[in-house]
Each structure stands twice: as C-alpha cells, then as structure tokens.
Design a protein around this ligand. Structure first.
Ligand code: ADP
Ligand code: ADP
Ligand code: ZN
Length: 216
C-alpha cells in the first residue's frame, strides 16, 4: 500500500504514521525527519535546507524532489510506504506523479487530517521530539512515561527550534498558501479521504484504520 499523509504542521501525522506503518507493514518516509538527519550529519543538503527550516519556510522543490527520488528507490520501500510531509507544493505533487509512474507503482490513498488552527498552535508549542528516533510527545496530551526521555529508545527529548510560537504561525501560513491546494488536487483524482483529527489519539487511529481496511 502506498499512501500520502496530508495535513497542517501539528495535525498528528507523525503520531498516526507510527500505528499505520506498524499495522499495514509499510515504511514511513518523513521529509522533515530526513532533512533533520541531513542537518545533523552536516551534508550539503542539510546545509542548504537549514536557513529555510529555521524560518519555517519550505525547502526548495528541486532539493526535496531529488531527495525523495533517491530515497524511494531503496529496497525498504518496496513493500509500500507512507509519505509524511511530502508533497507540500503542487510542483512536488506533479513530480511525484511522474516518479511513481516511472517506478511502475500506484498511489492508494491520500489521508487528509483536519485540526483547527488554534489547536495546532497548542499542540506544536508543547511538542517534544526524541533526538534519536524522532518520535514526538506532547507535554500535556501525550507525555512520555519518564520526563524528558523517549519511551521507545531512551533518547533525550528536545524542543525543535521551529516549534516556537512565531515560527509555528509562519509554518501554518505557509501551509495555507502552498500546501492546502493539494487537497483539491487529490480530490479531483478521487484519492482524498478526510479524517477528523480532533480527539483521542486512539480514536483518530480507529477512523484511519477503517478507511484503510477497505483499501486492502
Ligand atoms: P505532525 O507530524 O502532523 O506535525 P505530530 O504527530 O508531531 O504532528 O503531533 C504534533 C503534536 O501534537 C505532538 O506534540 C503530539 O504529541 C500531539 N498530538 C498528536 N495527536 C494528538 C491528539 N489527537 N490530541 C492532542 N495532541 C496530539
Ligand atoms: P511538521 O510536520 O511539524 O510540519 P516537518 O518536520 O514536516 O514539520 O517539516 C519541518 C520543516 O522541514 C518544514 O518547515 C520545511 O522547512 C522542511 N520540509 C519538510 N518537508 C518538506 C517538503 N516536502 N518541502 C519543503 N520543505 C519541507
Ligand atoms: Zn526515541
């Protein structure tokens, strides 16, 4: 199964992706996680991406498309994948259409996770992320068992530098302008499935699971 996860920053894509990938045996590809890895390793791509990420702007399409292209050719994506945080512009979506054709694959569904803006700010400003595995927590809604430490891998939790209120508001504005048009793009292809992203994490997952079970 091949899926795209669409939704504003903080909608819960990463949180839900973990359950989806576990149950449907596919691999998550988060462009944000991948870019943060490149930054940590100090690669050319990481250096180029840095200034955009720190401002909450999008990294240029050509860099992202090249990164996705080389990633999706790896064997671990052969069984299917969930794209989290990609595509984010119409140009990226068009490039992905071409790529998936070249790979001889088809896209099964685009999940659109919907959460009101004010809740997104609350979710993102109290988000904590594991330095080692990238898993996210929330200080109030989804705290780790032990403060400051990842439940899964024992890694240190930190606050992403772009999870401050000012940058968050900019990221939300960028989403409205550059990414939201993708919803219609996939609606027209008959691939979009809207999911109410408010409420308990496990209830949201049940909604997603019901949609996906009808797809396999
Ligand atoms: P995204 O990947 O879409 O940016 P995350 O999965 O990182 O979003 O979630 C953003 C923040 O919101 C995290 O702090 C996460 O723990 C929290 N969160 C996720 N789902 C919910 C939910 N249903 N209710 C409240 N907070 C949530
Ligand atoms: P969130 O899920 O909280 O929105 P991400 O981790 O997906 O955040 O993205 C963090 C930053 O990485 C974005 O603000 C942007 O600068 C960059 N980024 C990630 N994915 C893309 C993409 N597909 N196109 C352009 N920039 C991206
Ligand atoms: Zn971890």
């Amino acid at each position: 199964m091949r899926l795209i996860f669409l939704g504003p920053p903080g909608a819960g894509k990463g949180t839900q992706a973990e359950f989806i990938c576990r149950d449907f045996n596919i691999k998550q590809l988060s462009t944000g996680d991948l870019l943060r890895y490149h930054r940590k390793e100090g690669t050319e791509l990481g250096k180029k991406a840095q200034e955009f990420m720190d401002k909450g702007e999008l990294v240029p399409d050509s860099l992202i498309i090249d990164m996705i292209r080389s990633e999706l050719k790896k064997p671990e994506y052969q069984n299917g994948y969930l794209l989290d945080g990609f595509p984010r512009t119409i140009a990226q979506a068009e490039a992905f259409d071409k790529l998936i054709n070249e790979l001889g694959q088809t896209l099964n569904a685009v999940l659109v996770l919907e959460v009101p803006t004010e809740e997104l700010v609350t979710r993102l400003t109290a988000r904590r992320t594991c330095r080692v595995c990238g898993k996210t927590y929330h200080l109030v809604y989804n705290p780790p068992k032990q403060e400051g430490i990842c439940d899964v891998c024992g890694g240190e939790l930190y606050q992403r530098s772009d999870d401050n209120e000012e940058t968050v508001r900019n990221r939300l504005a960028v989403y409205e302008k550059q990414t939201k048009p993708l919803i219609e793009y996939y609606e027209l292809k008959g691939l979009a499935y809207h999911i109410d992203g408010k409420g308990k994490i496990e209830d949201i997952y049940s909604r997603i699971k019901e949609i996906l079970q009808n797809k396999t």
